[in-house]
Design a protein around this ligand. Structure first.
Ligand SMILES: Nc1nc2c(c(=O)[nH]1)N[C@H]1C(S)=C(S)[C@@H](COP(=O)(O)OP(=O)(O)OC[C@H]3O[C@@H](n4cnc5c(N)ncnc54)[C@H](O)[C@@H]3O)O[C@H]1N2
Ligand code: MOO
Length: 425
């Protein structure tokens, strides 16, 4: 395990007082190592977990050639260009049991969607394309081609081939895919435990009476939501007063039971803040000023407690900064810890509906409302006030507009990049 100083020495031009967002990504990718313990869980418990090993299909899906339509199965070699085909119906194949009879030339079998294709037959004509008279059906010229409407054995998954790769995050489709292989359990990485708490003397817990100079703790609730959506095990440690004894107890308690500790507040330069001193005392911690807005101050490192080491993210106190630093840095780090292959969120291009003032030299995340323009392209406007205490701007938004480090001002119609909240938070 490398120390923070060793990692810093590996990075060119590392300056903790003006760290570009890309350098933070690079730093964290070297700091965070995936958890090593795996477990087997039932499929209902596997949602949002990360697959620990390649999943090899133990059988073919579908297990047999079958019909994609309700209609008539027949040998496609009998089709002649420009000619109707008349066939005699000699039986009915239902889904669930293979039809066993013989089918000769000029004959067909009535077949249901999903039913096994009778031996020797390779084509299905949907019932609505045909004319039926008593025991015969007529297929009008050109209504199907040989091989149409037949689903091939193994066309979804072939036995022996990987169905899902290690590091895949299991969504609803993956759960269904695993179930389609007849597997009731799957090997996943252990869920990281993430302890979180808020710091600050001005922070009121819900239920406390309002008082002058105090604000209600919102960060714990957004962090709870972000962590829960991500599929880690959140451990709420409440809000902690800004005195050394309370802070030390909170950080020790957190580090003793969690893989990751997330605090909010106290990482800037304020005089009352004891947070940084305690973090330093309990572990190997770097204090950064990131070239980013919001989310400039942030502490990152490891806390040592009772012979174990927990990752630490000391997020800035401002509520929007908490969410932005979480999405930009903590979420990818947690995904890496969870063993996920794809850790960085997808960035989607969109056209800006507004001009934006921006100087090169820092990454900015504005709260955006993305929508579809009349011509079908994706467009975005900001939610208005972008203050890093204005949580309403985050609640109204459906995306973050990410303005790159090098980017200068944005004109109406310029291309910007979005992190869409759908699937992200
Ligand atoms: N001289 C400087 N002052 C500040 C700088 C700076 O670079 N130089 N950076 C500013 C930036 S940017 C941020 S962000 C904040 C971060 O400061 P802290 O991490 O020390 O956070 P606090 O001072 O404790 O709180 C900031 C702000 O957020 C409110 N807050 C805190 N926790 C919660 C919570 N759980 N729920 C709701 N609101 C919370 C707190 O009341 C403050 O208003 O520093 C700037 N200052
Ligand atoms: O992190 Mo602060 O919120 O950049 O304003």
């Amino acid at each position: 395990m490398k120390t923070l100083d060793q990692i810093a020495a590996e990075l060119q031009g590392y300056d903790p007082n003006a760290l570009p967002a890309d350098a933070v990504d690079e730093f964290l990718s070297r700091l965070v190592e995936p958890l090593t313990q795996t477990e087997r869980v039932g499929l209902f418990d596997a949602l949002d977990r990360v697959l620990a090993a390649d999943l090899i299909a133990p059988l073919n899906v579908p297990p047999h050639d079958n019909s994609a339509m309700d209609g008539y199965a027949f040998a496609g070699s009998q089709l002649r260009a420009g000619q109707d085909l008349r066939l005699r119906v000699v039986g009915t194949a239902y889904a669930g049991a293979a039809w066993q009879g013989e089918v000769g030339p000029g004959q067909c079998v009535k077949i249901m969607t999903g039913a096994v294709m009778p031996a020797g037959l390779d084509t299905v004509v949907p019932v609505e394309f045909t004319r039926s008279e008593g025991e015969t059906v007529t297929l009008p010229a050109g209504c199907v081609q040989p091989g149409d409407n037949r689903r091939l054995l193994g066309e979804d998954l072939m036995a022996g081939q990987p169905a899902l790769l290690a590091g895949s995050r299991l969504g609803p489709a993956a759960l269904g895919l695993i179930a389609s292989l007849g597997l009731a359990e799957v090997a996943v990485w252990r869920r990281p435990k993430v302890a979180f708490f808020s710091t600050g003397d001005e922070i009121l817990s819900l239920g406390q009476a309002p008082r002058e100079g105090a604000v209600y703790d919102s960060n714990r609730y957004t962090l709870f939501g972000l962590l829960t959506r991500l599929g880690v095990e959140p451990i709420d440690l409440g809000s902690v007063k800004d005195d050394p004894a309370s802070l030390e107890a909170a950080f020790r308690r957190a580090a003793a039971q969690a893989d990751v500790v997330i605090s909010s507040g106290g990482v800037s330069v304020g005089e009352a803040d004891h947070t940084k001193a305690i973090m330093k005392q309990l572990g190997d911690v770097a204090f950064w000023r990131i070239a980013m807005r919001p989310g400039r101050p942030m502490a990152v490192g490891r806390l040592q407690q009772e012979g174990r080491s927990a990752l630490l993210f000391g997020l800035p106190g401002n509520p929007v900064a908490v969410m932005v630093t979480f999405l930009a840095f903590v979420r990818p780090a947690l995904l890496r810890l969870m063993g996920a292959r794809q850790a960085q969120p997808l960035r989607v291009p969109a056209l800006s509906q507004e001009a934006v003032r921006k100087k090169p030299g820092r990454t900015e995340f504005q709260r955006g409302i993305a929508s579809r323009a009349l011509d079908g392209s994706l467009q975005v406007r900001s939610t208005g006030s972008q203050g890093s205490g204005v949580l309403r701007s985050m609640a109204e938004a459906n995306c973050l507009i990410r303005l790159d480090h090098e980017q200068g001002k944005v004109a109406i119609g310029d291309r910007v990049e979005l992190l869409l909240f759908d699937g992200l938070i």
